[in-house]
Each structure stands twice: as C-alpha cells, then as structure tokens.
Design a protein around this ligand. Structure first.
Ligand code: AHR
Length: 502
C-alpha cells in the first residue's frame, strides 16, 4: 500500500501565475462590514480597515481580489459606492435580501488593496444582469481614465487623483444561473458580453476580460453555455470563468474527499470546449480559465437558512458563516492541488470568499479575528507554490466512492521554485490508514528535506473557534527522508502535507 511518483524538471505542466492565489470580497453578510471594514473596532486604522484582519490577509498571501460580487453585482450601481459617504444611498440588495449602506465602496476597496501590499490587485466585476454596456464604460472611465473628462474628474474630485488602473474585469456573474438577477440565455449573454468587451477595448485595448462560464459542471447548460458564449465573444475576451463549491452530501465523506476529481474534470472539460471553439474559429488564440469562485461550502444549509429567514432586509447579517473542520481543510487542500495541476490553463483563481463568508478568516464584531483550518493550506500553497508545476503522475492504492468510483488515495502536485527548491503538496484521502509515499527525483539538485508539515488531527471534526482559535494548526512531521534520489514520507490518515526539498 505505497503511493509513488517521479519528479523530473524535463516534464512540467507550466508556470504558476500568481493570480492563482486570488480571493473574493463580496458585499454579502459580514465579509465587508465587521469583516474587513469596522471603523469602531479597536484595531481599525484611519480608513476603518481592521488591521488585525489585514495582518491575516497578508499572511494568507492573496493576490487578485474579486469585488464587489458575486450575485450582489447583478444589482450593483457603482455610482452609489463613490463620493462623500454621507450622501451615498441605502439600497436593497435583492441577491442576499439585505440593506446595503454603501459606507464601503470602490475607493475604500482600492485603499484596502493598497493596505494589503503590492501583490494585491483588483478584479472588478461588472453588472451585466440589470445594467449594460454604458454603465460598464462609465465605471471603466471613472476608475481608469487619468483626467480631463466628466467621470475621471469626478474621481479626482472624490479624492482619488491617481487612476485605479483596474486591468482585470469580470463581464457579469453567473449569468447561466436562474437565481441571478437578470439571468440570460447563452446567446443573450454571449452577445452582451462580446459587445461590452468590444467597447471596453475601444477605451483601453489593455484590459483583461473574463466571460462568465458555468456556475458548476452539473448545470444543465454546462459546456453548451461555454461554447455558445465563446462563439460570440472568443476574439474579445481573455478568460472564461468556472465556479465550484463542494460539501459532503448525505454524510458521504468519502465522495467529499474526492471532490477534486470533479474539479479536475470540470477544468479539463472547459479547456476542451474552449479549444474546440478556437479550432472552429480557426483562431491561434487560447482562452485561459479563471476559476474565480471555489471552496468548500455547506450550501444546502445556507439555502435552508435563507428560506427560513424573515424578509426584514438587515444590514450585514451573519450569512454563510461556515466553520471548517480538518476534513474540510483536507478537501480544500486537494482543490488547491487540482488548480496547481492545471496551472498551464488556470491562470486566475479566487478563493470564495476572504472574511467571514465561507472564509479562511473569521472575525467577531468588536472582537478577535482568527484563522480557520482552510487558512493553512492556502497560505502554504501561496508561499511555496510559486514557480513551475512539475508533471506528477501518481501511482497509488485506490478507495471506492459512490460519486466517482475508484479514486487514488493520494492526490499530489509539486512546484519547482526559481531557486531550484521543490515543494510537494500531497493529500492522503484515507480516513483510517497512513499512506507511505516514495518520490523518485530525477535531474533535480536537491540535498535534503527542509521541512515536512501536515494538517491532520485525531479528531477529523476539530476546528478553530473564537473560544479556541488555535485548536488546529499544522504540525511538523518527523522521519521524512531524501537519500539516493528518493524522497520517503509517511502521510498521516486524512492529511494535507507540505514537503519542502532544498
Ligand atoms: O460566493 C457566494 C455566491 O456563490 C456568489 O455570490 C455567487 O456568485 C455564487 O453563487
């Protein structure tokens, strides 16, 4: 019962784009209000940003941050979110049945990115549900034009002299979903996406544009949607989006642990569809993938709670505040491995979301901020998963799952950094057995194991809470060796592993 694979720098998948470690801030529940922004909090800076949260966001290592939604964006009027705060209107948000105060808006979001640091960049979503080309152009002009026009001068008058320089734009959100305000057919959406993209490129040919793909591989329109949208928009967009959330259904933890099987096939099927349309159009261009919403999400619980909730339009209520255990973190780590294994085509990805809402960081209003179990795999992948992904072909014992049939117990990838060091990311999906792993190393100048850390626990349901915020943290693993070109390790049952070789 040993798992094995070979690493050889002659066989690579592709370079990791730093945007693979993106995240997502939506005006949803407490992601913004009492999440990243809480002027009365003891740690708040002069702009009302929680510096305790900022510290954790930096430690997490996020890059591109998608904003302001999500489903929220399909009712978003960007003009509400700029200018003097006391004159900003309160609005109903139909997507989450809440009241949006607009105290935090576009300028505040850009300030949040600056406070995080140089790697943080905006990924701005446009409302193509209830609005159209003109509003997209107006926002682009307000945000990016240096000055001398009505809208760019308005930004300057609002206190932002320098343009925001937003390069990456999402042409709507989940437009294939019947739940989306302004939901469209693929043809309707493909046309508006293409025409919006063309107009935005007239203003600035350098923008990077993401067309909405499917909200999940199980959507009835999946693949036909991508094909039809790209038939309309292939030449004028750069990316197609993918969204996927996973949860254990009917107590089927074994299938849940194999969620990355679905994620990988989703990616491969979208790549095939993009390339099919590219071939039909006789295009040299390749469309890349923006996996701009992914996570573990106890969606069925959220839906039941939403059904039962009174329609009283609260401000920043507790919504989608999933608490993640060790099992969730192992699945989450496996989803990161799936993204890295497809780094040649998935060049943007956003962990949905960043704070409080299905998030790696939790806060209490007026109180502390802490790391969920899922924080650790993301932080390690962002820190050590930069460089060239090596091609990993796993040979491993399998286990049976109801959803995906026989699945290898090992899920793994490896990334070679510029300095030649290599990090192996590996998940043992067995809930009961250790998994011995042997990796043959060819053509790599590595002299030893720098560190092997694991996230695993005798209690698979252990989690971090406000009362016990450090109940689950990664631990060092002893006994991992590198000798005679072979790495040998033992992966604990139900574990996420980071093995650094130098
Ligand atoms: O991330 C939560 C929600 O999930 C987003 O608003 C939406 O795009 C998706 O359905």
């Amino acid at each position: 019962r040993q798992a094995r694979f070979t690493l050889d720098p002659a066989f690579t998948v592709g370079a990791v784009d730093p945007r693979l470690f993106g995240s997502f801030v939506e005006h949803l529940g407490r992601c913004v209000y009492t999440g990243i922004f809480e002027p009365d909090h003891p740690s708040a800076d002069a702009s009302g940003l929680r510096t305790d949260v900022l510290g954790l966001v930096r430690e997490l290592g996020v890059t591109a941050i998608r904003y302001p939604g999500g489903n929220f964006v399909s009712g978003y009027r960007w003009e509400d979110s700029v200018g003097p705060v006391d004159r900003r209107p309160r609005r109903l948000d139909l997507a989450w049945r809440t009241t949006e105060t607009n105290r935090f808006g576009l300028s505040e979001f850009m300030g949040f990115l600056r406070a995080i640091g140089p790697e943080a960049e905006p990924m701005m979503a446009l409302n193509l549900g209830t609005r159209g080309i003109m509003e997209a152009l107006e926002l682009q002009e307000y945000a990016n034009h240096p000055g001398g026009t009505a809208l760019s001068d308005l930004r300057v008058a609002h206190g932002d002299k320098e343009p925001f320089g937003i390069r990456l734009w999402c042409l709507g959100n989940e437009m294939d979903g019947p739940w989306q305000t302004g939901h469209k057919t693929a043809r309707e959406y493909g046309r508006i996406a293409a025409e919006t993209a063309r107009a935005m490129r007239q203003l600035d040919p350098g923008v990077e544009l993401v067309a909405c793909g499917s909200s999940g591989q199980s959507m009835p329109t999946f693949a036909a949607w991508e094909a039809q949208v790209l038939e309309e928009a292939y030449d004028v967009v750069d990316y197609i989006s993918l969204h996927a959330y996973y949860e254990p259904l009917d107590g089927d933890v074994d299938s849940f642990l194999a969620s990355a099987v679905d994620m990988e096939s989703f990616i491969e099927n979208v790549v095939a569809t993009c390339d099919h349309i590219g071939a039909k159009l006789k295009s040299e261009k390749k469309i890349n993938l923006s996996f701009d919403e992914w996570n573990v999400w106890y969606l069925s619980k959220s839906e039941a709670a939403a059904e039962a909730a009174p329609r009283d339009w609260p401000e920043a209520p507790r919504l989608l505040e999933d608490s993640y255990d060790v099992t969730d973190a192992v699945v989450f780590g496996s989803l990161l491995i799936a993204l890295l294994r497809h780094a040649d085509r998935v060049t943007v990805a956003c962990l949905a979301q960043l704070v409080n809402v299905i998030a790696p960081i939790m806060t209490e209003p007026g109180g502390p901020a802490w790391r969920q179990t899922t924080f650790f795999p993301f932080a390690a992948a962002s820190r050590y998963g930069r460089g060239e992904v090596l091609d990993v072909r796993v040979q491993a014992p399998v286990y049976g799952t109801k959803k995906y049939g026989e699945v290898p117990l090992l899920h793994a990838t490896a990334v070679r950094a510029e300095d030649g060091t290599v990090t192996v990311f590996a998940v043992n999906r067995s809930r009961t057995e250790e998994l011995p792993l042997e990796v043959a190393l060819h053509g790599l100048e590595l002299s030893g194991v720098v560190e092997h850390t694991a996230l695993a626990d005798a209690d698979p349901n252990a989690r971090n809470t406000v009362q016990d915020p450090e109940r689950v943290v990664p631990h060092e693993v002893d006994g991992t060796t590198l000798a005679d070109g072979r790495l040998n390790a033992v992966l604990e049952p139900l574990s996420w592993n980071v093995i650094r070789l130098g």
